[in-house]
Design a protein around this ligand. Structure first.
Ligand SMILES: [Zn+2]
Length: 336
């Protein structure tokens, strides 16, 4: 069965020294300190060590073959968004990263699909780069769960979503810049607690801000099975019902009405949770995801789903049909 992993990250092997080029800021660069490994540095600060599978497309394809998965939807690592930079510098970085992904897809059309990154801090530049992403063959864009602490319902972002809907570009919302992270540094809590909350924040802002209501054609996927949104839908819907004066101020539609309208990926690491997600979302709105190649990801690329007692049709939805619909890609592309 065709398998499309909708949540994977990739970087070019070499990044320019943007701090030197622009004369400010702690932009990310890579130090190739030993064979097969690199350090991601933010300014002079060590951020994370990555392996060659973060940049080598052939190695990635080989690793995926072990789990019978032939297609990877790649996007950059959220720390590369650079929304904090001057808009034209962020545009420059976005173009560099998007061109790398576009080239990768052209070289391996049966193995890779791509999502770009756009300078969300400047709506006009963001739409400009979004249009260019489409013209170079990307299927959509990945954006952060907040933009420099601003929520996605802010009116300034609406033209970007509107353009995504109009151009038919898919959107992946990925948690990053986690709220409250300074207070919860110990035990990796920014990743374990704040990331799922960030995604919930993004979904709630898009629902309550009326973005889905105003743009029914917009196709959005939320990382990590929507974070803690689906597990707390009861509370969120109850809040809408009991305090409409606080919650229903921009959109009067019950949040439960949007279940099964947007997509979420399968990164739950838990069979009961995936069953619950499937029940709320329907299998046509759950895409295979892994968060490869990072350690908190499902690095067996959905093997736990293969082992679940699910109908073959449900598995086909999760493994590829939902992805094709979300990305508006024809299955013919992957046939020999
Ligand atoms: Zn991710």
């Amino acid at each position: 069965m065709l398998k499309i992993d909708c949540h994977t990250h990739i970087l070019p092997r070499k990044l320019p020294n943007w701090t030197e080029k622009y004369g400010y800021g702690d932009f990310i660069y890579l130090q190739h300190h030993k064979r097969g490994y690199a350090k991601m540095m933010r300014g002079n600060q060590f951020f994370r060590e990555i392996r060659e599978n973060s940049w080598n497309p052939e190695l990635r394809i080989r690793e995926y073959e072990k789990f019978n998965t032939s297609v990877q939807v790649v996007c950059t690592v959220p720390v590369m968004f650079s929304y904090w930079a001057k808009p034209y510098d962020c545009l420059d970085i976005s173009r560099f990263l998007n061109d790398h992904i576009a080239e990768l897809i052209q070289g391996h059309p049966q193995n890779y699909l791509g999502l770009g990154t756009i300078p969300m801090q400047d709506s006009e530049l963001a739409v400009m780069e979004l249009e260019r992403c489409k013209s170079v063959g990307l299927s959509g864009v990945q954006i952060g769960s907040n933009i420099n602490d601003l929520n996605l319902n802010e009116e300034r972002f609406f033209p970007i979503f509107e353009a995504c809907a109009k151009l038919g570009m898919a959107v992946l919302v990925h948690p990053w810049n986690m709220m409250g992270q300074q207070q919860i540094q110990r035990y990796w809590l920014p990743w374990l607690v704040a990331m799922p909350a960030e995604t919930t924040r993004a979904i709630c802002c898009m629902i309550f801000g009326g973005i889905f209501e105003r743009l029914p054609e917009l196709r959005v996927n939320f990382a990590h099975a929507g974070g803690s949104f689906l597990p707390t839908i009861g509370r969120i819907a109850k809040g809408f019902e009991c305090r409409p004066d606080l919650v229903a101020i921009d959109n009067a539609v019950d949040p439960r009405k949007y279940l099964g309208k947007f997509w979420v990926d399968s990164v739950t690491h838990d069979t009961f949770m995936l069953e619950y997600v499937l029940r709320l979302q329907g299998s046509k709105r759950v895409t295979l995801g892994s968060d490869y190649p990072f350690p908190l990801g499902d690095l067996e690329i959905g093997k736990f789903i293969e082992n679940m007692n699910l109908d073959q049709e449900v598995k086909a939805d999760i493994f590829y049909r939902s992805a094709l619909e979300w990305l508006n890609v024809d299955i013919e592309r992957f046939k020999e």
